[in-house]
Design a protein around this ligand. Structure first.
Ligand SMILES: Cc1ncc(COP(=O)(O)O)c(C=O)c1O
Length: 396
């Protein structure tokens, strides 16, 4: 019995992380720290580069990036020649925006759950092209049937692209992207999935999903080093891929021309975080992947239940425990003097938790509702969860 209690409250794999013991870190959803073996792998790549820079940049690097794409492709059920490695999902989305041919009056359709920076990217692109950004308002919570119906209803003959999160940021809900892709295909509209939260959190099979583009970061739930992500592009769109950063546009190592040439060499930079994606995938054996999902789910479910007891709080987008994995958002009461928090101007409770309790998490407002988003991973302990619950009860 003792052993079982210990196992549920503190996972043995926790020892692989080096987080500050004085901080309760509950924001893996924004910035996911790497376990020690992944950090060491990144350092080994940087050391190799430092020892022989010319050989590495002009000789080995492209082949090593290809090898990483192979490992990532196997993990995500797709061919490596559909994947290009990039710093993050933001970069990947900018590449898609540079590649899609938009004309005046065309429309790009987003949902009302999309990430703020992604909205900015498409707003800028639409402004430049004289096109229009349109929004599908999803049912709340966004069940599969209602989501697909809302998106289909928002498609017009002018819709040139649908952009949709696989797992949303603020509302932390899993959207039925495969069903959306099926409907979009019937209307002949390509789909770009914004997927940084889905990698490792969900079993993702990119070929099976039916999308046209998939943008992701690996420095969230997969715990690859910060500055690691990718863009997946269906073969039919690869020849139109353009990069917002213009560089040589060809293989530095003299390899055969490829659609990846525009993004592989972005000027001189350290590719170590990208190459260590392999090590993050190796760290997450199927058993560890299951352990992460199970443990983190227990931790966030405990917080969710406790927060829901606070008068004025409520479920946000995930009415059932099966609606989320390791990240959950809960609606909180709008206490006296509350003003909506946003990027750079956090909610007053988020600041109080950080300053008075050394608890880091994300709060914000979405469609006028105040929410707290809690993330957990293998390093999260039940003591930390209890500390958060006690602190929130004290201040609300
Ligand atoms: C849904 C979603 N899309 C895109 C991003 C951007 O990811 P990155 O900062 O790694 O580029 C985030 C970051 O939190 C996100 O939650």
């Amino acid at each position: 019995m003792m052993k079982i209690l210990l196992m549920t409250s503190m996972h043995p794999l926790r020892e692989f992380w080096q987080l500050d013991p004085d901080c309760v870190y509950l924001n893996h959803g924004s910035f996911g720290p790497s376990p020690i073996p992944v950090q060491q792998a990144r350092e080994r790549w940087s050391e190799r580069l430092e020892r022989q820079p010319m050989k590495f940049f002009c000789g080995d690097m492209e082949e090593e990036l290809e090898r990483t794409a192979q490992v990532l492709g196997r993990f995500l059920g797709t061919q490596p020649d559909r994947i290009v490695l990039l710093d993050n999902a933001t970069f990947a989305m900018n590449v898609v925006a540079s590649s899609v041919n938009l004309k005046a009056d065309d429309e790009v359709l987003l949902t009302d759950h999309e990430y703020g920076a992604v909205k900015n990217i498409w707003q800028a692109k639409c402004r430049e092209a004289g096109a229009k950004l349109t929004t599908a308002v999803l049912p709340f919570p966004p069940d599969e049937e209602g989501t697909v119906r809302a998106i289909e209803a928002a498609i017009t003959p002018k819709t040139k692209l649908i952009v949709i999160s696989h797992v949303t940021s603020a509302t932390a809900c899993i959207l039925p992207v495969k069903a959306v892709c099926q409907v979009a295909r019937r209307h002949n509209v390509p789909v770009c999935v914004d997927g940084p939260h889905a990698i490792a959190m969900l079993d993702v099979n990119l070929n099976d999903l039916g999308c046209d583009y998939y943008c992701a970061s690996c420095h969230k739930w997969l715990c690859a080093p910060f500055g690691s992500g990718f863009l997946w592009v269906h073969s039919k769109h690869q020849s139109s891929i353009r990069c917002p950063i213009v560089s040589w546009g060809g293989s530095i190592a003299g390899r055969a021309a490829s659609w990846k040439d525009r993004t592989n060499w972005l000027g001189t930079r350290d590719p170590a975080p990208l190459l260590a994606i392999t090590d993050a995938i190796q760290f997450f054996t199927p058993e560890r992947l299951t352990a992460y999902r199970t443990h983190a789910h227990q931790m966030v479910s405990k917080v969710r239940s406790a927060l829901l007891e606070i008068p004025g709080s409520g479920v946000f987008c995930t009415p059932k425990e099966s609606d989320y994995v390791s990240m959950v958002a809960v609606e909180l009461p709008q206490t006296k003097g509350w003003t909506p928090g946003y990027h750079g101007h956090p909610d007053v409770l988020q600041t109080t938790l950080r300053d008075e309790h050394q608890i880091e998490l994300l709060m914000g407002s979405w469609n006028g509702r105040r929410f707290m988003r809690i993330s957990a991973h293998l390093y999260t302990t039940e003591d930390q969860i209890n500390k958060l619950i006690a602190a929130v009860r004290r201040h609300l």
